[in-house]
Write a protein that binds this ligand. Structure first.
Ligand SMILES: *Cc1c(COP(=O)(O)O)cnc(C)c1O
Length: 374
């Protein structure tokens, strides 16, 4: 038998007969409320992809021996849908999430699926549950595509059956009480990622081991972990990180400044950094719109950062990710020494946050067509 491909044209819609009551928009929180429907597609090595189906949101039934539960054959994505002022549903660079899920899947032996076709299925799910997408600016619909193995087989081997599913969760604005900075604790005892590992993929196994370090940060009175890899700055919590630094004055022979006033430093994608779509968007935006800032993707050692903060060169620090978009960093604690960032919530951080947020809701110019009406 020919292996079947995953196709939007085969999608079956099976509406729930018992729609749930929708939540009050003031208090959505993050990821605890789910919409009426989910999207599911099963795969077997023998026959490929079965028909994708949109059906009632309900518990899964899988074998207790399923290798996803034992060995972490599991990957996911995090993306959002937004309602714009004309009540159109918008997605932000969703093709990038599909590509990343394909890459994550490949890394852990899960099969290929057509990203464009699957994205069309997700769009259909959003249309079916459109009434669940919060209307208030700042609120949105979090989309969680998940890819797991389902074969009941305790050997550690390439999965022969899998499930690709997507659930939707209406979520509240990340900053209900205003844009606020966080404090970081540099972990010396744990690493999130290492060369040759899976840090550059959104595979489930990367996350549970971070909780011990997170606990350590909270015990010390901080909110998030600043991860290092061999002393180099890696990421913050589950976000990418950026440092806005005053550039050293560089003069030409005529005594004219020949470099930009600021540098925006972020760790280079060396295989240990999760290639965030927000990270990439910030880099592109700064290149396109901030003439006074040079973006530098490089290794940045914690000792170098400490020197730069001591010398008053670091003016702003922020993390980036789909949930928060931009998260300002106010202080960094390293070896029991606290380093305060000059601007706890800096003007550039704020501008970039507002620019991306407004773009996502379709209310500001977007020459890259990142925000797409579905
Ligand atoms: C998802 C994730 C990010 C952010 O990626 P976005 O595409 O910007 O949401 C950064 N770091 C880690 C570890 C992540 O899992």
């Amino acid at each position: 038998m020919m292996r079947q491909a995953l196709k939007r044209s085969k999608l079956i819609l099976c509406r729930t007969k018992m729609p749930k009551t929708k939540p009050i928009p003031d208090n959505l929180g993050f990821g605890t409320i789910f919409s009426d429907h989910m999207l599911e597609a099963d795969w077997t090595a023998e026959s490929g992809w079965e028909q994708p189906i949109i059906k009632k949101y309900a518990p899964l039934s899988i074998s207790p021996a399923a290798s996803s539960l034992h060995y972490g054959f599991s990957a996911f994505e995090g993306m959002k849908a937004y309602l714009d002022p004309d009540k159109n549903i918008r997605l932000f660079r969703p093709q990038e999430n599909m590509k990343r899920l394909q890459e994550s899947a490949k890394r852990i032996g899960l099969p290929y699926f057509d990203g464009e076709e699957y994205l069309e299925c997700i769009k259909e799910l959003l249309r079916v549950d459109k009434d669940w997408i919060p209307q208030e600016f700042g609120n949105s619909m979090y989309i969680r595509p998940t890819f797991i193995s389902t074969d009941p087989d305790l050997s550690v081997s390439a999965p022969s059956s899998c499930k690709l599913y997507t659930i939707l969760s209406p979520v509240g604005a990340y900053y209900p009480n205003g844009f606020k900075d966080i404090s970081l604790h540099v972990s010396n005892n744990y690493v999130r990622a290492f060369e040759g590992g899976t840090g550059n993929h959104k595979v489930s196994g990367n996350y549970a081991p971070t909780l011990e370090a997170q606990k350590e940060a909270v015990v010390k009175g901080h909110q998030q972990v600043l991860w290092l890899n061999k002393g180099n700055i890696s990421e913050v919590g589950t976000m990418n990180i950026f440092f806005l630094k005053k550039a050293p004055l560089d003069l030409n022979r005529l005594g004219e400044r020949r470099n930009k006033y600021y540098q925006l430093i972020t760790p280079r994608l060396d295989g240990t950094i999760l290639p965030g779509i927000t990270r990439d968007s910030i880099i592109e935006l700064v290149k396109q719109e901030k003439r006074e800032i040079e973006v530098i993707e490089t290794d940045y050692h914690i000792e170098e950062l400490v020197e730069d903060v001591k010398n008053d060169k670091i003016v702003e620090v922020f993390g980036t990710g789909t949930a928060a978009i931009v998260s300002p960093v106010g202080s960094i604690e390293y070896n029991n020494e606290t380093y305060n960032i000059k601007n706890k919530v800096g003007p550039t951080t704020k501008q970039l946050y507002n620019r991306l947020l407004n773009m996502q809701y379709g209310i500001e110019t977007d020459i890259n067509n990142w925000s797409q009406v579905i």
